[in-house]
Design a protein around this ligand. Sequence first.
Ligand SMILES: Cc1cn([C@H]2C[C@H](O)[C@@H](COP(=O)(O)OP(=O)(O)OP(=O)(O)O)O2)c(=O)[nH]c1=O
Length: 210
Amino acid sequence: MSVFQNLVLASGSPRRIELLQQAGIEPDRVFPADIDETPAKAEHPRSLAKRLSKTKAEKAHSALSQEEGFEGAFILAADTVVAVGRRILPKTELLDEASNCLRLLSGRSHRVYTGICLKTPSGKTRQKLVETRVRFKRLSREELESYLASGEWRGKAGGYAVQGLAGTFVVKLVGSYSNVVGLPLHETVGLLTGEGYKVHFAWLSGARTA
Ligand SMILES: Cc1cn([C@H]2C[C@H](O)[C@@H](COP(=O)(O)OP(=O)(O)OP(=O)(O)O)O2)c(=O)[nH]c1=O
């Protein structure tokens, strides 16, 4: 087992930091890995989420490999993709894009895929792909307009954030909720502990002393 415990979160997403913290994990370094996220021609959403999470982890790995304390760090990256069938929805930056996404998602089911990639101190690359099915209610014009006015869709895959107002659109969610927000907690903790990263759960040590 490695003596290194440094963990780098290769992400600029505040949601991912919060989700890690929710699991009792504080990254030693946050390193947003800016990459080209354009899907390849006919790329399946699942393959895209896997490929992009790996590219993010690799970018952080090569940038930090010369840095003291981080040469042998655990590097964790993720990528979330929203899709209707094979159709990949954009990470919305424009009002029109968000409006198109929400009209498409209204009254139907879609899938959210998050790829996670972990580079370990021993040089291994481990990946997981987690899928969640989400069904939205049919959105009225008022709901659509007020959601667009909220701006919560900005920078979110599929044009919505389930952790905000759009939580009220969800009729059914099958699978991991944290996966939709951007980092599937069960699988992430499993990947880290499986590779020797020590996750300290306060409630576990509390249980031991009780
Ligand atoms: C569907 C959905 C996505 N999202 C967010 C999570 C991600 O931040 C974003 C998907 O884009 P990503 O490319 O996965 O992540 P990012 O560019 O924000 O951050 P980084 O690449 O630096 O890690 O959408 C929510 O916050 N809530 C949701 O319900």
